[in-house]
Design a protein around this ligand. Structure first.
Ligand SMILES: Nc1nc(=O)c2c([nH]1)NC[C@@H]1CN(c3ccc(C(=O)N[C@@H](CCC(=O)O)C(=O)O)cc3)C=[N+]21
Length: 315
């Protein structure tokens, strides 16, 4: 089957290719860092239980680290691990100078309070950007009315990976965000809210659609830029999209498909085939936002290592 991302002559944003370009940039920066300071960035990955999807994602992250020259340290725990044991591991990694980034793969088993574990990660090592202080920093940054530019590559804190990936996809596929009307569908702490904040920092006019929004389709249709992050398979239909709009699909939903070998296939939050005919540009699933999430994780880890050296913002 031809993957959507393999075609370039149309309006599909190729997240795989853009992520590859960014990984190349990071690889060069890692080599330069090693040369100039002898430091290799280190990422610790904590995996709990035996979910196959989590194991796959963790494997992809570790492989991506290897390819760019980031050390990775993997820690496996059984699904009945106690919250106290996990928190003790995080504390140990917080104190380890070879570890610049800590990632606790989500979701965690039900008996563990996820946010409590995430809150234990030192914000400077929280390369996922999921600590409340990092989200707060993103909200609190104010470069407006100053000559400073809001630059993702040199933020003095960690912004969440998937949201950063969305912004890079929009910009690197040739869309200027400033002044645009943007709509974010979904208000999660992990994606919707940080995407809203990032688009606002980039000077878009942003509206957030959620479960209580009246006439979501009409609101969405105003948007020059749509970011869908609700976790509902193919919810966004062609009549939600303004002709020419840029559509970024964050959803990863598994739907039954007896014609597929695995018995299921992955679809986004956007009706891809339908919306592709209306949109100016659109990301596929897979091959869109997913690969960018990993590229941004690498970038945050590198940036964390640089920041640790300078005691400042990594530059
Ligand atoms: N602490 C934490 N941080 C995360 O960043 C995190 C997490 N937990 N839990 C799960 C989600 C999911 N996630 C993805 C990463 C890459 C792809 C990706 O590269 N996907 C490929 C396809 C992969 C496939 O074939 O299944 C694509 O979309 O083209 C997808 C999803 C990171 N997550």
């Amino acid at each position: 089957m031809a993957t959507p991302s393999s075609s370039s002559a149309d309006n599909i944003i190729d997240g795989k290719a853009i992520a590859e370009t960014i990984r190349g940039e990071i690889k060069e920066e890692c080599a330069a860092l090693l040369q100039s300071s002898g430091v290799t960035p280190g990422l610790a990955v904590v995996l709990v239980g035996n979910r196959t999807d989590s194991a796959t994602y963790v494997r992809m992250k570790i492989k991506a680290c290897e390819e760019v020259g980031i050390h990775s340290f993997k820690f496996d725990f059984p699904s009945d691990v106690t919250e106290a044991d996990l928190i003790a591991k995080v504390a140990e990694l917080n104190a380890d100078p070879a570890v610049h980034g800590i990632l606790v793969q989500l979701p965690l088993p039900g008996h563990i309070h996820e946010q409590k574990v995430l809150d234990t990660i030192l914000p400077d090592k929280d390369v996922d950007g999921l600590h409340p202080l990092n989200l707060a920093q993103l909200a609190h940054t104010n470069t407006h009315g100053s000559s400073r530019k809001f630059d993702l590559k040199t933020l003095p804190y960690h912004a969440a990976c998937t949201p950063q990936g969305c912004i890079e996809l929009i910009e690197r596929s040739g869309t200027v965000i400033e002044g645009k009307e943007a709509v974010v569908i979904g208000r999660s702490n992990i994606v919707g809210i940080p995407v809203f904040l990032l688009l606002m920092q980039k000077n878009a006019t942003v509206t957030v659609i959620h479960s209580r929004t009246k006439d979501a389709s009409a609101v969405c249709k105003r948007a020059d830029i749509v970011v869908a992050a609700v976790g509902r398979a193919e919810m966004v239909k062609p009549d939600w999209i303004k002709p020419g709009a840029v559509v970024i699909d964050v959803g990863i939903n598994s739907v039954d498909d007896p014609t597929s070998k695995k018995g299921y296939r992955l679809v986004g939050d956007v009706d891809f085939a339908g919306c592709k005919a209306v949109a100016g540009k659109i990301t596929p699933v897979p091959g869109g936002v997913g690969p960018m999430t990993i590229a941004m994780l690498l970038r945050n880890t590198l940036q964390g290592a640089k920041r640790g050296l300078s005691g400042g913002n990594g530059n």
